[in-house]
Design a binder for this molecule. Structure first.
Ligand code: KIV
Ligand code: ZN
Length: 385
């Protein structure tokens, strides 16, 4: 099975989520958990952005041993020098430089011609390689860039020493078919592309970040970037836990594996949610509180007979203790009995029927019946007899 590297940017692109501001201790704790999760590379931050960010990146670089630590830099010597100071003590220091390649960005933001952009990219990559053994170069807004221009600039940047080429869908504009096709095109047309890792980096503006990332992997990406819980600028980045689980559950289709330890997913997700203050939506794939919850009687009955009827992922696989039978208005007697027994009650058939009726009548007033509610119902039924 082929291997795809995982580049986590929770601490950089993820922290760019509006309203999120992690302190140095929180960043370090998340970094240690990302290492336990098994990410190949973690982007610890943007060292030139502030003094405190510099110290966070430096501390992470000095602490983490089993993942490569990187930091972001604009295509500017001063950013590269600052990043080197922050990252030079890392086990495997790495730099991530970006420069926009789309006509929209080159004209309005950079106010540079395409040839000037090529010169800057080449100069800064070769400058960075004087220090860093690994340099990733990102063609910002690649999906709205001219493909022939991408081929020209990528070839030159590889010649200048880049070891990873990242092709970001910066504004989440692409579709899976288009993004996959772009990777195939670059593989076929950039003559020296096989010398480097080719990386996918997707944003979720149209809700396609994970699908786009998987399409890139199918078409030649050897590295995939994303964040825990899919946090990030605007609608966020591709969610790494979703990509990892999709590759694992559908390995009959994808045939790719990562180094991630899937049983660390829940713990990583909880930590990121707690420190960022960004709640995980209940219905979020893999880590949402409903991802392994079953409410309808038909589903609960199927689950009690065999969990594979309604679950394609086992909760244990992602570090969740067990599936959750939620008692609500759609629940049937089977799940009710299971729950009552689980709470340690052994009732006569008559008491059980009375309790079930009280439970059903409570569901007309309450969306979810809790263990507390059940204790009240069961105590009433027992004291009535
Ligand atoms: O989305 C993006 O283009 C980025 C770059 C800095 C790689 O995050
Ligand atoms: Zn991004």
């Amino acid at each position: 099975m082929a291997h795809v590297k995982v580049f986590d940017t929770t601490l950089r692109d993820g922290e760019q989520s509006p309203g999120v501001n992690l302190n140095q201790l929180e960043k370090l704790e998340i970094a240690k958990q990302l290492e336990r999760f098994g990410v190949d590379i973690m982007e610890a931050g943007f060292p030139a952005s502030s003094q405190s960010e510099f110290h966070s990146v430096q501390t992470i670089a000095r602490t983490i041993e089993n993942s490569s630590v990187t930091g972001l830099a604009r295509a500017k010597k001063s950013d590269i020098d600052t990043a080197w100071e922050a990252l030079k003590d890392a086990a495997e220091p790495r730099l991530h430089i970006f420069l926009a390649t789309s006509p929209i960005h080159m004209t309005h933001k950079l106010q540079k011609s395409p040839d000037e952009v090529i010169d800057i990219a080449v100069d800064m990559v070769s400058y960075a390689r004087e220090k860093f053994p690994q340099v990733e170069w990102s063609a910002e807004d690649a999906c709205r860039s001219d493909r022939e221009f991408l081929v020209r600039i990528i070839e030159k940047v590889i010649d200048a020493g880049a070891t990873v080429i990242n092709v970001p869908d910066t504004v989440g504009y692409s579709t899976p078919a288009e993004y996959g096709d772009l990777f195939r095109y670059l593989r076929e047309n950039v003559p020296n592309i096989d010398q480097v890792s080719l990386s996918a980096h997707c944003h979720d503006d149209l809700g396609m970040a994970v699908a786009n990332s998987l399409a890139a992997i199918e078409n030649g990406a050897t590295q995939v970037e994303g964040t825990i819980n899919g946090i990030g600028e605007r609608a966020g980045n591709a969610s790494l836990e979703e990509i990892a689980v999709a590759l694992t559950i559908r390995n009959n289709y994808y045939n790719y594996q990562t180094n991630l330890v899937l049983s660390e997913i829940k713990r990583t997700s909880d930590l990121v949610s707690k420190f960022t203050g960004m709640e995980v939506p209940g219905n979020k794939a893999v880590v949402g509180r409903n991802a392994f919850a079953h409410e309808s009687g038909i589903h609960q009955d199927g689950m009690l007979k065999n969990a594979s009827t309604y679950e394609i992922i086992t909760p244990e696989m992602v570090g969740i203790h067990k599936s959750n039978m939620v008692l609500g208005k759609h629940s049937g007697k089977h799940a009710f009995v299971e729950k009552v027994e689980g709470l340690g009650y052994s009732l006569s058939e008559e008491n059980l029927m009375d309790a079930f009726k009280s439970f059903k009548s409570l569901t007309d007033r309450k969306k979810e019946v809790t263990d507390e509610d059940l204790f009240t119902i069961l105590t009433n039924v027992q004291t009535d007899t």
